[in-house]
Ligand binder design. Sequence first.
Ligand SMILES: [Zn+2]
Length: 536
Amino acid sequence: MGSTLFTNGLVWPGTSGAAFHEALAIEGSKIIAVGNDALSMKCDRVVDLKGAFVSPPFADGHAHPLFGGRQFFGPQITGLETIEEILAEIKRFADANPDQEWIIGGTYDPAIDPDGFFDAKLLDSVVADRPVVLNAMDYHTIWVNTEAMRRTGVDTFTGELEIGTVVRRPDGTAMGTLREWDAVNLIMSKAPLPSKAREIKALEYASKRYAADGVTWWLDAWVDRGMAEAYLAAEEAGVLLQGVNLAFRADPRSWQEDLPYFLERRKDIESAPKNRNLTAKTVKFFADGVIEGGTAALLEPYSNDPCSHGMPVWQWPEMTKAVVAMDKAGFQVHIHAIGDAGIRAALDALETAIKTNPAWDRRPTIVHVQLLDSVDLPRFTELGIIANFGPLWTRQDPMQAISSAPRIGPERADRQYLMRSLLDNKTRVAFGSDWPVTSEIPLEGIAVPVHRQTPDRKPEGGWMPHEAITIQEAFQAYTHEVAYQAFEDSSWGTLAPGFNADFIILDTNPFEIDPHDVPKINVLNTYRNGEAIYSR
Ligand SMILES: [Zn+2]
């Protein structure tokens, strides 16, 4: 394990406003010096960076990479803009995979139909003999064909669902669009799970993709039964290049029975002899759904439906009880909360856990934080809660403009993603891609909160420009602040002596170009523990 000097570069240590160094020296898996100290060292090897930019690596503080990997092996419908294109791809995939009993894929853009109604008959026109299940981009809605409903009994289902809706045609028959947990589960609980070999391949694919994106750590924020086992198998097979933390999903109906299972899997992972990369420190809650599906929990009714405040996933007192129990069991709590009522309930639950349980370094996280009531804004800092955002969402894309904004009206639409206000209030802001809901590539999303515009630069001046942040703050949120969320900020996320030799080399200094050009930057190398896990 020799030493290497990286010289003639722009080394950004990882804190907004920090001065650059020209050089970085590593030995084995650690950084041993930066700046002049590095330059004065006799290293075994010298790498001329030729002016390239060196940053702490990206870390994805909220994503679903196993779903992303699985999607790669299904029909490729992400980004398709019309029903016709989607149907053509489903037909192509079905013809190419005649032996696949269930065709499961994603993700389609629900904004293709402004009301979000997708009919099974459309899918039947290309595949009628076996089930087809497509996930919507938000992963809270599925679109299925008639055979999927027939095999699972949804076609004759007339019961009431606690959380979720079977969308019906005017004649009362199930349309083929199913929203939220109980409805989605009517189908998915009967769909076959992928084989272990396929799961390992899916994770290998996700890991390679992330390495090329400059990512060295991720949180899988939705781990259901069978998935921790898949991760452990992938780690044993040696395909994980990154550090990975798992967040078990707490289900409102089964969390009490599931807690011992979470504890067992955590123990398995912590004690697995060959495990170097996996942890299972976190439990994930869905407080509510999504605005575009009308399921985010709102304080005031939906603008397009004065009878609806959304669809909370939990009865709030039950969520509080579960959050207190998971926190007491030593799990970091990670709560999906999008509507202002969902966010308030998440804050209330965490506040109760903090007041009830003994003090510990808990680093709770609320993720998405889309529509935040101003009364609740200071509570993030007061309670020490991390706000994790998907940076790519801070623009008026079709999802926002067509599917979300009309549901909440102009006043509420113009107070979404209050990143500047939270940062000014000293809240820790971290980023996550939510892949495969949206692109996992950090450089694609990272500058969006800086300009808050679509790629064609709309609206002029940016959407809610007073909530824009700087490019350095954005980098800090996608690097150092995720290290903090991961409890690893004394190991990586900073380029300084004693830290792990985890860093990325970019071909352009992102701090000095038009933020719209940041997605064009290339990742040249990704280093983790002193080893290049990716080289362009
Ligand atoms: Zn998510």
